[in-house]
Design a protein around this ligand. Structure first.
Ligand SMILES: [Ca+2]
Ligand SMILES: [Ca+2]
Length: 435
């Protein structure tokens, strides 16, 4: 938790520090970002940022528990226990049966009162909803009109640190079996976080969760119950080389998109989306930004490709990362931004540019803030440079990264990735081995 608060404090402090000085560049950056989406052909959900970049941060930092613990002189147990009865039997019972997850008597395994425990991961189990006598949930809060009134089987997952959780079932189309997977915080259909026909993946904070495999009932009223294999895997995000802090990131968004782990709350009088980070979702492939030391006839490039081959060469020499770069400069556009100009309005350090990340953050973090971009599909990760660019405008995208980042992660435009603020802000930009 200390780590989390530190990260949040960094974000808040940077937001405060930006204040007036940041107002122009942020507006420029917002527009610039929208333009980035135009380049890749994505303008859905595009939001033009308001010019209200002044003011104070509408956020209350987490309480530091400033009230000192009221002193606690432990009551001296002045009366020594007499212990007058010596243990007669000096041979302790071996107790060879380890305690198992004790269920109420008569509660079958797999029912809400006695769920299968996912104690270790990767977890794989084959079960059959047709053999289950549990029919406690008919629908789930995250898809209330989907008929899940067939029998279900419950699993429990206890997370001690923030993790990205992947749960899949081996759906075989046309076999007459259609069970679905749900992740919830309750066993009665409420508290549904995410559900799917066959695969769910989500960043979850520490706590107890239920994975419920339920039998879908078709329009004719036939329950599609049957056998399946459930696989569950987790990647812990709170510790190790790629440790990420937990924070709620205020965004420019004025609504939360489906599937994005976001909630609405006021920021300086405007209701805005707050992204729960670390988070998992679609990540845009962004264009390039001009770096310090690159010169052009009129300071900035005259087009999307003016001097770009030279940029590729400089970037490869700086980062040592070899790939076939193809993205142009970030486009010029409204708000006075120029080709290749990020939201700081300045040319940026070359080591940061190769690995930059942007989000539609309401308060852009300090330039050079380290974020971790993690691909749970293959375990690859990059230390990315935040605070140089703002966007993309669509609230369905959690952020955007340089093409080098996508390339290393084996992903592409709009691939789904984890983004979080690095706990260790001294990390070097570029590929990282998490653990
Ligand atoms: Ca059910
Ligand atoms: Ca299904």
């Amino acid at each position: 938790m200390v780590r989390s608060y530190q990260v949040l404090a960094v974000a808040l402090a940077s937001a405060l520090a930006l204040g007036c000085a940041d107002s122009e560049p942020t507006v420029v950056g917002g527009y610039a970002t929208v333009r980035h989406d135009v380049v890749v052909g994505l303008v859905d959900g595009m939001v033009v940022p308001p010019a209200d970049t002044l003011g104070t941060v509408d956020s209350t930092p987490p309480g530091n528990d400033t009230t000192p613990a009221p002193d606690t002189t432990p009551a001296a147990d002045t009366t020594p226990a007499p212990d007058t009865t010596p243990a007669a039997d000096t041979t302790p019972a071996p107790d060879t049966t380890p305690p198992t997850d004790t269920a109420p008597p008569g509660c079958p395994l797999g029912h809400a009162c006695n769920p299968h425990i996912i104690a270790t991961t990767p977890y794989s189990a084959s079960h059959d909803t047709a053999q289950s006598t549990s029919s406690e949930v008919d629908s789930y809060s995250c898809a209330p009109s989907t008929n899940e009134s067939g029998p279900e089987i419950f699993y429990r997952l206890d997370l001690t640190e923030v993790s990205v959780v992947t749960a899949t079932i081996n759906e075989v189309p046309g076999d007459g079996i259609d069970v679905d997977v749900h992740v919830t915080t309750a066993t009665d259909g409420s508290g549904c976080i995410i559900r799917d026909n066959d695969l769910v993946r989500r960043v979850l904070r520490p706590g107890t969760y239920y994975i419920i495999v339920d039998s879908w009932v078709n329009g004719a009223g036939a329950s599609q119950q049957g056998a399946y294999t459930l696989d569950v895997d987790i990647d812990t995000l709170g510790s190790g080389n790629c440790a990420m802090g937990i924070n709620d990131q205020p965004m420019f968004w004025t609504a939360c998109a489906d599937g994005v782990d976001c909630y609405m709350a006021p920021v300086e009088g405007t209701n805005r989306g707050h992204l729960r980070m670390p988070t998992y979702g679609a990540v845009v492939k962004e264009a390039h930004l001009v770096t310090i030391g690159e010169s052009f006839a009129n300071t900035w490039p005259s087009s999307g490709t003016d001097g770009i081959p030279n940029h590729y060469a400089l970037s490869q020499a700086e980062s040592g990362y070899v790939m076939n770069r193809t993205e142009p400069w970030a486009p010029a556009g409204e708000g006075g931004s120029l080709w290749g100009q990020g939201s700081t309005g300045a040319k940026i350090p070359r080591d940061a540019e190769a690995w930059y990340v942007n989000m539609y953050w309401r308060y852009r973090p300090d330039a050079g803030t380290r974020l971790i971009i993690f691909n749970p599909a293959n375990g690859k990760a990059v230390v990315a440079a935040g605070g140089y660019e703002t966007g993309p405008g669509s609230n369905a995208r959690i952020g955007g990264v340089a093409e080098e980042v996508h390339h290393h992660l084996g992903t592409n435009h709009l691939s789904e990735l984890v983004i979080g603020f690095a706990t260790d802000q001294s990390l070097t930009y570029g590929p990282i081995t998490c653990n």
